[in-house]
Design a protein around this ligand. Sequence first.
Ligand SMILES: [Zn+2]
Length: 271
Amino acid sequence: MKIIEPHVHMIARTVQDYERMARMHTVAICEPAFWAGYDRTSPQAFHDYFTHISEFEPTRAAQYLIDHYCWICINPKEAEDVAFSREVISFMPEFLKKPNVLGIGEIGLNKNTRNEMIIFEEQVELALKLDQLIWIHTPHLQDKLKGTKMMLDYLAGHGGVDPARVCFDHTEEHTLPMLHEKGFWCAMTVYPVTKNSPERVIDLVEKFGLDRMIVDASGDWGPSDPATLHDTLFQMRLRGHSDKSVEQLFYNNPCRFLGQSGKFKPQPMDA
Ligand SMILES: [Zn+2]
């Protein structure tokens, strides 16, 4: 069985994680642009970061026969300064033309501020103008429900947004139902200590079905582990789900969503 990891920040990980993922049959991974563990001091630092994730990480991944794709954006954690953010947005189109850049993400909200929302909306407009997929970061903990509703209201009321081309990530029990109902893709991030566990993710899959559902492990600079994706796959098998269903959730679904970019090479097995 082949696995796709739709959300991992390899800039924060060692080569051992590529090696482990390769051993666990991960064939393709996606690196959304986000905070890198520190605030950048200039827009140019984002140019360097986008170059790193679109040029250097693919070469590290290729040594383990893993296809590396990325998303680019100004992330919500650094989007409070509107003028700074607009400078970053100004050079995003040149990166969006690259063959391994899948779209704009992970955009979203962090503290649900007015400025964060302005920059979120401007990046949605850019995605629509350039026909790009959108990957959304929903806020953590106490800000999650409010922030998710703010973005959902905006996108659902927009008129020009096709929910099938938008994925909300870090969804949980209290945010997934309203997004799924409106036709958006929902990704669930599994962490070793906080937030979603393998059990909770498979509970949600059993309740809402496999359609438009994605699982990811979010390896980043904090306590996290790419293997939590495979722990979740194991949990699904333990509960007796068919190999076909497991393959749909961990391989075919990400292929379907990401394939809409026209750049993602892996094809669904059931195509
Ligand atoms: Zn992330």
